[in-house]
Design a protein around this ligand. Structure first.
Ligand SMILES: [Zn+2]
Length: 290
């Protein structure tokens, strides 16, 4: 559906506000899931220092943190800026997704996927674990959603709109990263990557297709990880003994998000291919006339 400019601007504002609220819920998931706590109980967040329940007007995403100067109203203990940053990140990504896709079914798929990538990334950073309810959940959910949208003629906007390409993408991405993991374990003599990364790429492969997944695993994610480690070393904030101790999940998530939008342009520019050439990569079985 083609939206007018004012509709797009209005929609972007709504997407930003909705993203901030969703981000606030994602913070709860990021904190509570690894501790085995439910996200609904206790209902209210408390101050970690004085255990006072936080009033709803002090718990608004981003706004309250700014209004209170990042401090608890009762005891003055500092609240971490990270909660607001997760809210801001979610708000910005939701706005970007809406601005790119407009009001199509694919938008819903990508909003859900992005929220799951954020939760997975932050839990992986905190605990070096990618929770199964994200990765296994997504591995079941996203192929099913793509099949449903494709078969009902609602796959407009999906980067990989065909269900055979989506299923092939999920199978290829998980098999390929599993092979890398196997080779890495042989080379380093210890587990090079978690199984969580394999399950994450099964989930992401269904939306990225096979070659964008390949590009993420072999190109974007290692480059992003390397760049981050170098920057952190230069800032000497962070002592890393071995490169394998860095959780790889956040870089796979970030790389996947970037690849979803820009892998085609990047690869076409890099290999000097004509625009639109990468669509021929999607279904390799067609190269053989199947
Ligand atoms: Zn307090």
């Amino acid at each position: 559906m083609e939206l007018m400019f004012f509709e797009r601007v209005f929609g972007a504002v709504v997407a930003f506000a909705a993203g901030a609220c969703v981000g606030s819920y994602l913070n709860v998931c990021i904190y509570r899931w690894p501790l085995g706590m439910s996200t609904g109980n206790p209902k209210r967040s408390i101050c970690f220092a004085c255990e006072t329940p936080i009033r709803w007007q002090d718990n608004l995403p981003i706004v309250s943190w700014l209004a209170l100067g990042g401090k608890c109203r009762s005891c003055g203990a500092p609240f971490s800026i990270r909660y607001s940053l997760v809210e801001l990140l979610t708000a910005l990504l939701f706005t970007h997704l809406f601005w790119t896709f407009g009001l199509v079914w694919a938008l819903g798929v990508y909003l859900l996927w992005t929220a799951m990538q954020i939760v997975g990334s932050f839990i992986d950073m905190d605990h070096t674990i990618l929770p199964d309810r994200i990765t296994l959940g997504g591995t079941v959910l996203f192929p099913v959603l793509v099949i449903a949208l494709d078969l009902s003629g609602r796959s407009e906007g999906l980067v990989v709109p065909g269900w055979p390409e989506a299923l092939f993408g999920a199978a290829f991405a998980s098999a390929f990263i599993y092979l890398i993991r196997f080779a890495g374990t042989l080379a380093f003599g210890r587990e090079a990557m978690g199984l969580g990364d394999v399950k994450l790429m099964a989930m992401n492969g269904a939306l990225l297709g096979w070659w964008r997944s390949f590009f993420v695993i072999m190109g974007l994610a290692p480059l992003l990880a390397l760049a981050t480690v170098l920057v952190l070393r230069l800032l000497s904030r962070f002592k890393i003994e071995r490169f394998t101790e860095v959780p790889f999940g956040p870089f796979l998530c970030l790389g996947s998000y970037l690849a979803l939008f820009w892998a085609d342009e990047m690869v076409e520019w890099w290999l000097a291919l004509p625009p639109g050439f990468t669509t021929r990569f999607e279904a390799p079985w067609r190269w053989f006339g199947w």
